[in-house]
Design a protein around this ligand. Sequence first.
Ligand code: HEM
Length: 154
Amino acid sequence: MEVTAEQVHLLRKSFAIVERHPEVAALVFYRELFSIEPRLRGLFRNDIAAQATKLMEMLAGAIRLLDEPGRLVPVLEDLGRRHAGYGVEAAHYAVVRQALVAMLRKVLDRELTPEVLAAWAALYDVVEASMLRGAATAGADPGSGPAPTRRARG
Ligand code: HEM
């Protein structure tokens, strides 16, 4: 895992600030996301407010588990596999990264030092790489038995 102990510390400190304004953070994040790439709006079928809460919880979980990659990575791979099912493509991760940085700028303001920004970039690198690895195996899991479409000829 390429996130240093110092970066884990910075992430925990800065996320504590983000968590104090969860609604603002989520609102800014999605407004930014859909202004960069309006076509992404169509992928979201459920309530955006509820979705925002899930995204924040997942980031909180990732930050909590950063020093336990053995537990974190499989969770992210599963998340990435599900995202492939939502129609999310590899290129979309860069858009979400941009929206996340815009949200951090707004919520952290002066507290978003270059060091804090680098820590978030390192976190996102890990999340993105793990999710894309999971997505690459979506629908191609040879260990899970016969495909459900396979049936006896009659
Ligand atoms: C930092 C990376 C990301 C994290 C942590 C994250 C987190 C989540 C979580 C926790 C859910 C709830 C459902 C589930 O657990 O399967 C979800 C759903 C979803 N995410 Fe993400 N996500 C990320 C990146 C993306 C990207 C790049 C896109 C592309 C636009 C995206 C689009 C969606 C969509 C469309 C859903 C389904 C929502 C619905 O059905 O309304 N996510 N995401």
